[in-house]
Ligand binder design. Structure first.
Ligand code: SF4
Length: 284
């Protein structure tokens, strides 16, 4: 069996940076240290950080002093204000690419554009982006939702777009094509993260050469779920797993080539673990 491993799979720049910030904070701070939500969608990594004294909380309402680390997705300005009013020292590990998207969302609002956010309604990054974009902001997850908003008369005046960093180029292209004829002025900030795009492009290339694809990462990770969807469109024998133990031999029946990639919250070692197990199974 030939195994293709994605060079760009696993921790992205923002996640790596956030984990380093959390580790440094654990060493340097006194008192309780929390992350606002799990720092990444990976229970093993969250557990290790808890052992080092950094534990997740669900909301700012739970805070009473101490240190709170903001994760890569970022938060709304209101949440930061609440944390500070509760006496917390805020350590900002928001990914710099997400920060740029937040700044562009605020700019659209200040300059009188109708902010349209391409992203998932409930995703924390999108919720924070919407807070930066102001009350008029509209979130659309796909062109169907854009069509519905348009039919309801919600798309009017000058329109500005920002994009959840982990969206695909295809989604942005489809939205732009649909919006352009419906607006007098359209400003698009392509705030997609290049790490995501490069990881997706590489995975698609590998999926095209493979008989089966393994995508590793949390099932509640938007980034990994999208990666698996994209790979599945090219190679239907794509399996999204969280742990190596989920692998099933029947997935690889008559598979000469298997590709392995991983979402941005996955430690790169996990790809090696999957590779090692496959080599163990199919060494002869
Ligand atoms: S996927 Fe991109 S935007 Fe998201 S944390 Fe990683 S580097 Fe930042």
């Amino acid at each position: 069996m030939k195994i293709l491993i994605a060079d760009r799979g696993g921790y992205c720049y923002g996640v790596q940076r956030a984990l380093e910030i959390a580790t440094d904070t654990a060493e340097a701070s006194r008192g309780p240290i929390h992350t606002l939500g799990p720092i990444i969608h990976n229970p093993g990594v969250v557990g290790k950080l808890a052992d080092a004294g950094v534990s997740p909380i669900q909301g700012a309402g739970e805070v009473d002093g101490g240190t709170v680390i903001l994760r890569t997705h970022g938060v709304s300005p209101d949440v930061i204000a609440e944390l500070e009013s509760r006496g917390a020292t805020v350590v900002d590990a928001t990914c710099p690419y997400v920060k740029v998207a937040q700044e562009k969302a605020s700019l659209l609002c200040e300059q009188g554009y109708l902010p349209v956010i391409l992203g998932e309604h409930e995703h924390p990054e999108v919720v924070a982006l919407a807070a930066h974009a102001g009350e008029r902001a509209i979130i659309v997850e796909n062109v169907k939702e854009l069509d519905e908003a348009s039919a309801a008369g919600a798309i009017r005046g000058k329109v500005g777009v920002v994009v959840q960093t982990t969206q695909s180029s295809d989604s942005l292209a489809a939205l732009s094509e649909r919006l352009a004829p419906r607006t007098r002025e359209l400003l698009i900030y392509n705030t997609m993260c290049s790490a995501t795009r490069k990881c997706q492009d590489e995975a698609l290339g590998l999926a095209g050469r493979a008989d089966a694809v393994i995508v590793i990462g949390g099932r509640n990770s938007a980034n990994t779920t999208r990666l698996a969807q994209l790979c599945r469109a090219v190679q239907p024998r794509t399996h999204h797993i969280e742990e190596t133990g989920e692998l099933k031999r029947e997935w690889f029946k008559e598979a000469d080539t298997v590709a392995i990639t991983a979402g941005a919250s996955t430690p790169p070692e996990q790809m090696r673990e999957v590779e090692n197990l496959l080599r163990q199974w199919y060494s002869n």
